[in-house]
Design a protein around this ligand. Structure first.
Ligand code: CTP
Length: 440
C-alpha cells in the first residue's frame, strides 16, 4: 500500500484545499492529512486562523478524502511522522516549492500546483469585515491600531477621544456616539470612570465590546454589563492582553493540572516609571495611577489561580504629595494559600511572577505580563523545564483575533471568567472608595 501525507492549516476549507487533497490522494492508496494545532500555528506566526483546530479537523474529515488525520504540533515533526507512519510520498502545494526538499532523504517529495485565485487569507477577509472603533487616548491606542492592520477582517474606522495624535496616522476622531454609528464593535481603553456608560451605550446599540479591565467600578456594575451583553447578543470581552498570550494560557493550564503540586502562593509585580513627570495630566485624567495602570493585570493570575473567595485582604498604598497612588501592595489570604500583588506607577521594581507550590514553582521573568517564556523549577534542578512561546508585538493581535473569532462564531471563548471580572471590579471599587485601605 502506497501511503501519502500532506500538511496544512485548512482554515475555512476552500476549493484550493479540496483540489490538493484530491491530487494528493491520487498519488497513492492511503492519504494521511496533518492538521496544524492552534499552538503550532501561533508559534510560527500564523495567528489569524479563524477556526479552532477541532473545527479544521472536522472540515478535512467532511471532505471524505482523508483516510487518517493527525495533528502537527512541533517543528521537525514531519520527519518523525514519515518514519513512524511508513510514508512513501510527501505532497504539498507549489507555494512551498523547494522548502521540503530535505524530506526526500526519507520519502518521495511532490509539489502539487497550487489552485490559483483562492486562499484562506482571502476567504477570511471576504467573510468578516469587522468595522472596529477605538476609544481612549492615543498613547494606548496606536499600538492596537498598528497590530490590527495585520488581521484580515478588521478595519479600523476611527477613534474617539484620541485627540488626533499623529501616531494614529490618518484615522479620523469622532464623538463617542458618532463612532458607535460607524462601527460594528469597539475597543475601549478610556478613563476607567467612563467605561461603564460607554459599554452600556455600545451594547444597547448592539455593538460588540472589547474593553480593558476593570470595565466598571464595582462587581454589580460589571455583572450588569455582562447581563446586558447577553440580552443584546453581543460579545463583551476582557481586553487584558496577557490573558490571550499562548505562554500565559499554557502556564495556567500547567499550574491547574498540578504540575507544581498545590499552589500555596502567587506573587505578581507590575511597575513602570514612564511619563510620571506629567503628574497633573495623570490626575486630571484619573487613570494612570498604580492601580489604574496595573491593578487588573496584576490581579488576574491571583484570581485565575486561587479563585476569588479569599478570607482576608490587606491593601496598603503609597500616595504622592498630590494624592496620586504611586505604589500599592495587596495581600490576600485564602484558606490554603496567600497572594501578594505589587503595582507601581512612579516606583520601579522587578516585574516578575512567582507561583509557589508543594512540588515546585513557576518563575516568569520580567516583564511577566508580556509572557513569552517561563520556567517550572523543582528541588532537583535537573527536572527544571523551560517553555518558550513566540509573542508577536505587544500581544494585542491575539486578543483581537480572539475577539473576531468570538463575534464570528457567536460565542466567547472564555479566557477570563465572569467572576474574575467581577472581583477585579470589586477590588477596584474598594480601592477608589478607600474602603479599608491603609495610606502611607
Ligand atoms: N493550497 C493549494 N491551493 C490554494 C491554497 C492552498 O493548493 N489555493 C494548498 C497549500 O499549498 C497547502 C495546503 O493547501 O499545501 C494547505 O494550505 P493552507 O496553508 O492551509 O491554506 P492557504 O489557503 O494557503 O492558507 P493561508 O491563506 O492562511 O496561507
Amino acid at each position: 500500500m502506497k501511503k501519502v501525507i500532506t500538511y496544512g492549516t485548512f482554515d475555512m476549507l476552500h476549493q484550493g484545499h479540496l483540489n490538493i487533497l484530491k491530487r494528493a490522494k491520487e498519488l497513492g492508496d492511503y492519504l494521511i492529512v496533518g492538521v496544524t494545532s492552534d499552538d503550532f500555528d501561533s508559534r510560527r506566526g500564523k495567528i489569524n486562523v479563524q477556526q479552532s483546530m477541532m473545527e479544521r479537523v472536522e472540515g478535512v474529515k467532511e471532505t471524505g478524502l482523508a483516510d487518517q488525520i493527525i495533528i502537527e504540533e512541533y517543528e521537525g515533526q514531519k520527519i518523525d511522522d514519515i518514519n513512524r507512519l511508513g510514508i512513501d510520498v510527501f505532497a504539498i502545494g507549489s507555494d512551498w516549492k523547494g522548502k521540503f526538499d530535505y524530506l526526500s532523504e526519507f520519502c518521495q517529495v511532490v509539489y502539487l500546483e497550487r489552485t490559483k485565485g483562492i486562499s484562506s487569507t482571502q476567504v477570511r477577509s471576504q467573510h468578516n469585515h469587522l468595522r472596529l472603533g477605538l476609544v481612549g487616548k492615543a498613547k494606548h491606542l496606536w499600538k492596537v491600531a498598528n497590530e490590527a492592520v495585520a488581521i484580515n477582517g478588521i478595519d479600523i474606522v476611527g477613534t474617539s477621544g484620541s485627540e488626533h495624535d499623529s501616531r494614529l496616522g490618518e484615522l479620523p476622531d469622532y464623538s463617542f456616539n458618532e463612532l458607535i454609528e460607524k462601527s460594528d464593535a469597539v475597543f475601549i481603553e478610556s478613563n476607567v470612570k467612563d467605561r461603564y456608560e460607554q459599554i452600556y451605550y455600545a451594547l444597547n446599540h448592539r455593538r460588540h465590546v472589547l474593553c480593558d479591565l476593570p470595565m466598571a467600578i464595582g462587581a454589580e456594575k460589571q455583572r450588569e454589563l455582562l447581563k446586558n451583553a447577553r440580552k443584546n447578543e453581543c460579545v463583551l470581552m476582557s481586553g487584558v492582553k496577557t490573558a490571550y498570550s499562548t505562554a500565559y494560557y499554557r502556564l495556567l493550564l500547567m499550574v491547574k493540572s498540578g504540575e507544581i503540586g498545590d499552589v500555596i502562593s502567587v506573587e505578581t509585580t507590575c511597575t513602570s516609571l514612564s511619563e510620571i513627570s506629567k503628574i497633573s495630566e495623570h490626575i486630571e485624567n484619573n487613570i494612570w495611577s498604580s492601580m489604574d495602570a496595573w491593578g487588573a493585570t496584576a490581579l488576574l493570575p491571583v484570581f485565575q489561580i486561587l479563585g476569588t473567595n479569599y478570607a482576608n485582604r490587606n491593601i496598603v498604598t503609597k500616595l504622592s504629595d498630590d494624592h496620586f497612588d504611586i505604589f500599592t501592595k495587596m495581600d490576600f489570604v485564602y484558606e490554603n494559600a496567600v497572594a501578594t500583588v505589587k503595582v507601581g506607577k512612579g516606583v520601579k521594581s522587578e516585574g516578575e511572577m512567582i507561583i509557589s507550590g508543594t512540588k515546585g514553582y513557576v518563575y516568569v521573568p520580567a516583564p511577566w505580563w508580556k509572557t513569552s517564556y517561563f520556567e517550572i523549577r523543582y528541588e532537583d534542578q535537573n527536572r527544571n523545564k523551560r517553555f518558550f512561546y513566540e509573542l508577536e508585538g505587544e500581544g494585542f493581535k491575539y486578543e483581537l483575533v480572539n475577539f473576531l473569532r468570538a463575534i464570528n462564531h457567536g460565542r466567547v471563548i472564555n479566557y477570563t471568567d465572569d467572576v474574575v471580572l467581577e472581583k477585579i471590579s470589586a477590588v477596584y471599587k474598594e480601592f477608589c472608595s478607600r474602603e479599608n485601605i491603609v495610606e502611607i
